[in-house]
Design a protein around this ligand. Structure first.
Ligand SMILES: [Zn+2]
Length: 161
């Protein structure tokens, strides 16, 4: 089981790598990865009091999997955005790979995400606002992009109060 200390931190080269799609034959492994993602996110929440979702590469699992747990656990396997609104909004973003740093970024206000669920079934979900910016953040992790790389300008950094 992975723990808080297994979270990759800002500067780790793996965080800048693109993750691989989950193959049909690997769907059976997703449950194990999700157990680790769940456990680490719970430990982050207990220590830092934030954390709504986590991407597999944050734990060095270089696979295109996102785990979100707000009201209930949701697993996004091989997600793709099939729609991104032209309308954008600014958000102070945070990340469990650098828990005390906030970064101001622009995100699409609405999106539609298509993904496989844990059973390998295709799902589609239309999201806006909070969920929209959250999934864009997590999706970026799958492509090796951190919100520090998306900062609006040089002053878009703030230490968590
Ligand atoms: Zn993050």
């Amino acid at each position: 089981m992975k723990h808080l200390q297994d979270m990759l931190l800002l500067g780790n080269p793996l965080l800048y790598q693109k993750s691989e799609p989950v193959l049909q034959s690997e769907l059976i492994l997703v449950k194990e990865w999700v157990a680790d993602l769940h456990n680490v996110m719970e430990e982050i929440r207990a220590k830092y009091h934030f954390g709504r979702a986590i991407a597999a590469p944050q734990l060095g699992i270089m696979k295109r999997v996102i785990y979100m747990n707000i009201d209930k656990p949701v697993v996004f396997i091989n997600p793709e955005f099939t729609f991104l609104s032209n309308e954008m909004f600014d958000v102070w973003d945070d990340c469990m790979c650098f828990p005390n740093l906030l970064v101001k970024v622009k995100r699409h206000k609405e999106l539609t995400i298509r993904y496989l669920d844990e059973n390998g079934h295709t799902q589609e979900w239309k999201m806006k606002d909070d969920l929209s910016e959250l999934l864009q953040h997590e999706y970026d992790h799958l492509d090796g992009i951190l919100c520090t790389m998306m900062a609006i300008d040089e002053k878009s950094f703030k230490w968590r109060p």
